[in-house]
Design a binder for this molecule. Structure first.
Ligand SMILES: *[C@@H]1O[C@H](CO)[C@@H](O)[C@H](O)[C@H]1NC(C)=O
Length: 244
């Protein structure tokens, strides 16, 4: 727990000096500073609204299009696939996302939560295809990945581990319209946490991935947030062209 003490100390300094590398052995090189940037927090919220991951107002939640009813981030999440950053709608090719990315999220600016654990969910609301196109989001959400007991500022490297439930599954968007592959970071309740079984939620038989109800899972796990989020776009490559 030594690291968290150091981080809390660093975050309290207005100059936000970055603790030396020895004090932060698990922080990845892609995010040299782990301080949440209020400007980027605002950008993430605007991006979720623009991409319709959230509705303009919670009461306008549309289950065909939106993933979550509201988003009031207090942190940011950095994701990279072999060095290529996910930044609010970055376009990826299927070949680039075949193996799980590196992930790190910042601590919340509210320091009461500095030592809490978090759950990261990656889901695709546009399976089989986005709302308004055929066949439509009949498998919304397609669950790609959940891992729990994650700590702020500790980079999750590419290897699978026991707290992946379920493990990363590569995107294979079956439509030429881009899917919004969305990452959401939720604060877990205090103490030892047992994640709900994803099988408790509406699932397509066999895959345990399709029709995953993010909001019901969050409720069952008593998760708070999301406190951070990001997304990328990916479509099936069209013959002779590039994916959109
Ligand atoms: C974080 O998770 C560990 C392992 O389950 C647990 O012992 C600890 O109490 C959790 N921290 C908080 C603040 O809930």
């Amino acid at each position: 727990m030594r690291f968290y003490t150091i981080f809390a100390f660093a975050a309290s300094a207005t100059a936000a000096a970055i603790p030396d590398a020895e004090a932060q052995p698990n922080v990845g090189s892609s995010t040299p500073s782990c301080k949440a940037d209020s400007r980027e927090i605002a950008i993430s919220k605007a991006a979720f609204l623009k991409a319709m991951i959230i509705p303009p107002r919670p009461s306008q939640y549309n289950d065909q299009v939106n993933i979550i009813p509201s988003f009031n981030p207090d942190a940011t999440i950095a994701i990279d696939y072999n060095g290529k950053q996910v930044k609010y709608g970055t376009k990826f090719q299927m070949t680039e996302t075949a193996t799980q990315p590196n992930v790190v999220f910042t601590a919340e600016s509210d320091r009461r939560y500095a030592d809490y654990n978090y759950t990261v969910i990656m889901a695709d609301p546009d399976a089989l295809s986005p709302a308004g196109t055929a066949p439509g989001p009949t498998m919304k959400n397609f669950l790609h990945w959940i891992y729990y007991d994650a700590k702020p500022c500790i980079e999750r490297k590419q290897q699978p581990n026991a707290k992946d439930q379920p493990m990363y599954m590569l995107p294979t968007p079956p439509s030429p319209q881009a899917h919004r592959y969305t990452f959401l970071v939720y604060r877990q309740p205090k103490g030892v946490y047992t994640p709900p079984s994803v099988l408790q939620f509406p699932q397509t038989s066999g895959t345990a991935r399709g029709m995953f109800n993010v909001n019901e899972y969050v409720k069952a796990g008593k998760l708070e947030g999301p406190v951070a989020g990001n997304y990328f776009l990916e479509a099936v490559p069209v013959a002779g062209g590039t994916s959109s």
